[in-house]
Design a protein around this ligand. Structure first.
Ligand SMILES: [Zn+2]
Length: 348
């Protein structure tokens, strides 16, 4: 994978390429994203650039022998670690200590088909349950073994760790040791969705790089489908109806339910609600064809959009955007959504 084929985050890709060119890349990079923003794609493209034998100014060549192997994710100096758990296809002994290597075929297939996969899509591809997934100390032992060998073909060995925050304490401490005394010629790329859950000592050893969310067009390009989640739909319509009725009490179950969700789901719900408002606004302006509400949304949208003030939309979008900022900044979710519901209610 070349940077040129990674959708979004153009400036960041350029900066990374400049760091490689100038020899200023740290031996440990922490790529942070808060959703499907393409950090895995950036990680692989960076690893490919590091060992490319004929790099361009801002990218790998995509043509050399090394690039071909990275393109298929089979370069012997490219290593992956990701959360796993016991799964059906494993042998009895493998089930006791599952590690990434046992799932490498499924991993490659998923990553090659869609580097913008979600965490859930990974677990589905591996055939494991989301709740039990983690990175254990068995994995750390294998990491030690792999990294103690010299780079096979390229100048660098790269270890890409997807969701290092899923490491248990023992595994995290082993990783810390490696980061403190990195084997020669090894680059660690950590792709995190919750960097605040990493050991602070690991964070401080890494050069942190924050990715930016994709635009709607880029999401579509990356094949990130927006389907309607019945739970989000239910919460959003209950909330909007309660706000319209000026019934603050009826908004409580909604904000309580959202506050209980994980951060990625919270973000998804807020984005869904933004999308819903956009559809209402377009429908109110007689542009239902552009709004394209899904069948289950149509009736509610038509009903609500005739009843809210025209000024509601601007205030609503602003409140939802500030909720997204709040999620990213780790603001107390109950406060965040209580505030959001209040603002929406007053704006209607
Ligand atoms: Zn190349």
């Amino acid at each position: 994978m070349q940077f040129a084929n990674v959708i979004g985050n153009s400036e960041l890709k350029q900066q990374l390429a400049q760091m490689v060119r100038g020899g200023r890349l740290s031996h440990a990079i922490l790529l942070c994203e808060d959703g499907q923003w393409g950090a895995m794609a950036v990680a692989v493209a960076l690893a490919q650039l590091l060992n490319c034998t004929g790099p361009h100014e801002d990218d790998s060549c995509g043509k050399c022998d090394s690039c071909h192997k990275y393109g298929k994710l089979i370069h012997p100096d490219l290593h992956f670690v990701f959360p796993t758990a016991s799964a059906k296809g494993l042998s009895e002994s493998e089930k006791k200590a599952p590690v990434s290597d046992y799932f490498m075929n499924q991993w490659r297939e998923l990553l090659l088909a869609n580097p913008f996969f979600s965490e859930q899509e990974l677990y589905d591809a591996l055939g494991i349950e989301n709740k039990s997934a983690g990175i254990s100390v068995h994995e750390s032992k294998r990491i030690f073994e792999k990294l103690s060998l010299r780079a096979f073909e390229g100048e660098y060995k790269t270890l890409i760790i997807y969701l290092p925050e899923k490491m248990n304490a023992e595994a995290a401490n082993k990783l810390l040791k490696l980061l403190e005394e990195p084997p020669v010629g090894t680059i660690f790329i950590l792709v995190s969705h919750a960097p605040e859950n990493l050991l602070s000592t690991i964070r401080s050893r890494c050069q942190r790089i924050n990715l930016h969310p994709l635009s709607r067009e880029q999401e579509a390009q990356a094949g990130i489908a927006r389907t309607i989640d019945p739970e989000y739909h239910e919460l959003t319509t209950t909330l909007l109806k309660a706000c319209l009725a000026k019934d603050l009490l009826a908004t409580f179950p909604v904000w309580e339910a959202v506050a209980e969700m994980g951060r990625e789901k919270q973000r998804e719900w807020v984005s869904y609600t933004e999308d819903f408002l956009r559809k209402m606004m377009l429908t109110a302006d007689g542009m239902e064809q552009i709004a394209c509400p899904l069948p289950e949304e149509r009736a509610v949208i038509e009903d609500l959009c005739g009843k809210v003030k025209p000024t509601f939309y601007e205030k609503g979008f602003k409140a939802l955007e500030s909720a997204l900022t709040g999620i990213a900044a780790n603001v107390n979710p109950k406060l965040l959504y209580c505030n959001l519901c209040n603002t929406l209610l007053l704006a209607m």
